[in-house]
Design a binder for this molecule. Sequence first.
Ligand code: BG6
Length: 462
Amino acid sequence: MTTYLFPPDFWWGTAVSATQIEGAADRDGKGKNIWDHWYEIEPNRFFNEVGPAKTSQFYDRYKDDIALMKKLGHTSFRFSISWSRLIPAGNGAVNEKAVQFYDQVIDELLAAGITPFVNLFHFDMPMAMQKIGGFENREVAYAFARYAEICFTHFGDRVKTWFTHNEPIVPVEGGYLYEFHYPKVVDFKRAVQVGYHTMLSSALAIERYRRLGQGGKIGIILNLTPSYPRAEENERDVEAAKLADAFFNRSFLDPSVKGTFPQELVAILKQYGLMPHVEEGDKAVISGNTVDLLGVNYYQPRRVKAKETPIGDGPLMPGTFFDSYDMPGKKINPHRGWEIYEKGIYDLLMNIKDHYGNIECFISENGMGVEGEEKFRDEAGVIQDDYRIEFISNHLRWLHKALTEGANVKGYHLWTFMDNWSWTNAYKNRYGFVSVDLEKDGKRTVKKSGWWFKTVIENNGF
Ligand code: BG6
C-alpha cells in the first residue's frame, strides 16, 4: 500500500461561511443581507423553503462546534465574517454584539490550537449596499474596504491569515448572468462591471491591510475550473478552452496574483462593448496590491469545444464564445451533477507553480455534496460515507503528486465541517464531516469520513 505523507506543518481543516452556518439572521442587531431579503420575497426559490435564518446554529453553538473540530484534529479552520452582522447598514455604525461574537469565535479557536483563517466576503452582500447597486456601484467597493479595515483593526491582532473574497466570480455569474443569486439580473455588461469592482475592492482591502502593518498574510479564494478542450489536436477546441480559462479563471486569477487582466479577455470586452467603467489610478491600486497567498476551491473541471454556430445577434454571454462539451464516460457526482475529475487538482496546482510564480497556495475547498445521506446512517447512528472518503483520498493523491513535483501547496480544507445551508439548495446536498439533524434541534454526529480525516491528520497522511 502506498503511503502519502504530507509536510509536518500542512494545514488540515475545513471551511464554512457565515450565512451558511450562523443562523440568528435577525438577532443581536444583524442587518439584512441579500439572502435574508430574497427569502422574504421568494421563499419558494429555496429547497424545501428553508431560508438563511435556519442554518446550522453556529451562532449559538460555536463553542461545542469548535470543541468538535479540536476532537477531529483540525489545525486550521476558515470561516467568514458577515458584513451585515458587523456593520448592519454596510457602511455605518459597527454592531458591538457582532464584534463580541467574532472575538469569541477567534479566541475559542486559538485556545483549541486551531489557526483561524478569516474570509471577508462569502456571497453575502448587505441589503443596504445592494439597494445602492452592490458591487455595480463603485462606492460599495470603498465601503467594503472600510469594512475590511474595521475587521483588521478589531481582529488582526489574533488573525494572521485573511482573505478578501471567496469565489468572487460566483456572485457575478449568479447575480448578473444566470439568476441563481440575488438580484437575478441577466446582463453581461453589468456583470463585467460587478466583477471589476469586486476585484478593485479586493485590492483596496489589501492596500489597507498592508498599511496597518499587522504582519499577517492576505489572499483571495478562487474557484478554479481547469479547462480541457474536447480534442487536443483540434486547434479551435484548444482556443475555445483557452478562452474559457480567460473568462472563468484568469479574469480573477491574473489580477489577484499578477496585478493585470488577461489581454485576450480585455480585447473581447472591447470588441463587444462590454468594458467596465475604470477610473484613473485603479490600475496602480490593482497592480500594487496583489495577494500573498491563494486559496483554490476545486470541485470540477470545464470541458470545452469550439463554437459550432457563428457568434450571432443573440444576447451576449460568456458562453457566446465557446460551447461546453459533454464528454462521454465522465465520472459524475449524481447528486450535484458535477463531474469528478481528481487530476484537475494536480493540473491547477502545477499551473500555479509554472505560471503564477509558484505563489503559496492551498486547497481551500473541495468536497462532495450528497442528497439523502440519512439512508447511509448505520445502527450506531453514524453515516457511512465511504464515497466521501474515496473522493477526498483520490484528490489528496493528486495533490500529493503536485507537492512532490514542487507545487507550493500548504494545506487542504474540505468543504465543509458540518452540513450547512447551501444558498438556494438549502440543505439538499450535504457536504459535512459532521451531520446536522434538522429535525432534532441540529444534533451533530460525526460521519465516518470525519473520523477517517482525524486519522489522516494524526498520521499527516494516509
Ligand atoms: C462553493 C461555495 O462554491 O461550493 C460554497 O464556496 C458552496 O458556499 C459550495 O456551498 C458547494 O456548492 P453548493 O452549491 O452545492 O452548495
